[in-house]
Design a protein around this ligand. Structure first.
Ligand code: AMP
Ligand code: MG
Length: 400
């Protein structure tokens, strides 16, 4: 049995950044940038005004109130070829280029707003309210790095660089199959003793959420032959996820089937609860995850092991593992103490502080212990109880 951190390292060691494709800017959100993007020009390109007001020389308003003659008006996008001479000012709008001769802008609120002449009531430091050329970025500066996940701000930066097409990581394809004779699909009639295949839809949703492309192969019967056939079919995809059949039960064939196909097992038991039986193996340059059948174990092991692998495959270079925060336990957290436990919690913010409320049911088969959970509170091995109010580390698996 290996530690979670060791298992995560082994996962990431098996995965390399996948191929690159160019997509239109409008389709870049949520993808991973795969090129360094450099500024093509200084921004701002020239000194410009940060305010609606008057461009003038600071020394002309050293003694206030001061009245200056107004010689013209400059709007953003309409550069003019005029000079501010001593004792004069020009009206200027936000974003307009500061005319030669002026070294300061006074905002209209500190003046009488005059058109032919203007009275300024307050002295200003030289350079006030001017955005300097290149203060945002300089031509040649790398403004976005390869490996960055593209959010709305990155979309704006790419637009500023007039990138109509962007190099991003291709979305990996992920085959999913669910082993179990007891399983029936959600849209089929359910006989006594059968249970609905929830891991199929769960994994499909998790894969899509992670930015990859799921291919659900459905339910696979608990025989070695059926499991081998499912693995063979799944190998067309970049990654393979199976659920169930990885324990030591008489009908658990995933590990067997993998080995008889010549797969190399990288690990198959991790010191955690839920989710101890989880297989990582490599089969013909594909990475295969044999996830546990218990829905909650499946959910937890996806977040800890599969999601980081998918991020790395798309080319993400930092923040591959889910983020951890410190929170205060909103109720006692319990554990048997024999293994690290990931307690499903709802993390909330109260008065700026994070609180982790354990969900009422914690069984690894209980779907109710998963719905509404946005965090996994970590109760380390040998710790049996964390009291209400004590601090606890929480792995975030959803938004606050
Ligand atoms: P297994 O790891 O195959 O022994 O499965 C462990 C438990 O998870 C059993 O109670 C299964 O019925 C349940 N289970 C397995 N696969 C699924 C699935 N696809 N959807 C929902 N529950 C499942
Ligand atoms: Mg099973």
């Amino acid at each position: 049995m290996i530690r979670v951190e060791e298992a995560q390292e082994r996962v990431l060691a098996e995965v390399a950044a996948g191929p690159i494709e160019a997509v239109p800017l409008g389709a870049a959100l949520g993808r991973v940038l795969r090129e360094n993007v450099a500024a093509a020009y200084d921004a701002p390109e020239r000194d410009n005004s940060a305010m609606d007001g008057y461009a003038l020389r600071a020394e002309d308003v050293a003694n206030v109130p001061a009245t200056l003659r107004v010689t013209g008006t400059i709007a953003a996008g309409h550069p003019i070829d005029a000079r501010v001479e001593p004792g004069t000012a020009m009206r200027i709008m936000t974003g307009a280029y500061v005319p030669d001769g002026a070294d300061t802008v006074v905002q209209v609120e500190l003046t009488d707003g005059g058109v032919d002449s203007v009275r300024i009531d307050r002295a200003l430091t030289r350079g006030a309210n001017i955005r300097r050329r290149g203060s945002d970025m300089r031509a040649g500066d790398v403004v976005l790095r390869a490996g960055t996940r593209i959010g709305p701000a990155e979309v704006a930066m790419l637009a500023a660089m007039q990138k109509s097409r962007v190099d991003v990581g291709r979305r990996p394809t992920v085959a999913i199959f669910s082993t179990g004779d007891e399983l029936v699909e959600f849209d089929a009639p359910r006989a006594a003793g059968q249970i609905v295949n929830t891991n199929g839809p769960l994994l499909e949703a998790l894969v899509r959420d992670a930015g990859a492309l799921p291919r659900n192969l459905g339910v696979v019967r608990d025989t070695r032959e059926a499991t081998i056939a499912a693995l063979e079919a799944a190998l067309e995809s970049d990654f393979v996820l199976s659920s169930g059949g990885v324990s030591v039960g008489a009908f658990d064939f995933v590990k067997d089937a993998l080995e008889s196909l010549g797969a190399e097992t990288k690990f198959w038991r991790v010191a955690m609860k839920p989710g101890k039986p989880v297989v990582l193996s490599r089969l013909r340059d594909r990475v295969v995850f044999g996830l546990p059948g218990n829905p909650v174990s499946c959910f937890v092991s996806f977040h800890l092991f599969v999601a980081p692998a998918l991020r790395k495959a798309m080319g993400q270079e930092t923040r591959l593992l889910p983020p951890s925060v410190r929170a205060r336990a909103a109720a006692p957290l319990r554990s048997a103490g024999d293994r690290r436990v990931y307690v499903r919690v709802r993390v909330t913010v109260q008065d700026g502080e994070l609180f982790a409320e354990p969900l009422a049911t914690q069984g690894s088969g209980a779907l109710t212990s998963m719905v509404g959970a946005n965090g996994l509170a970590v109760v380390e091995e040998r710790v049996t109880r964390i009291e209400k109010g004590e601090g606890v580390g929480v792995v975030m698996v959803g938004a606050l």
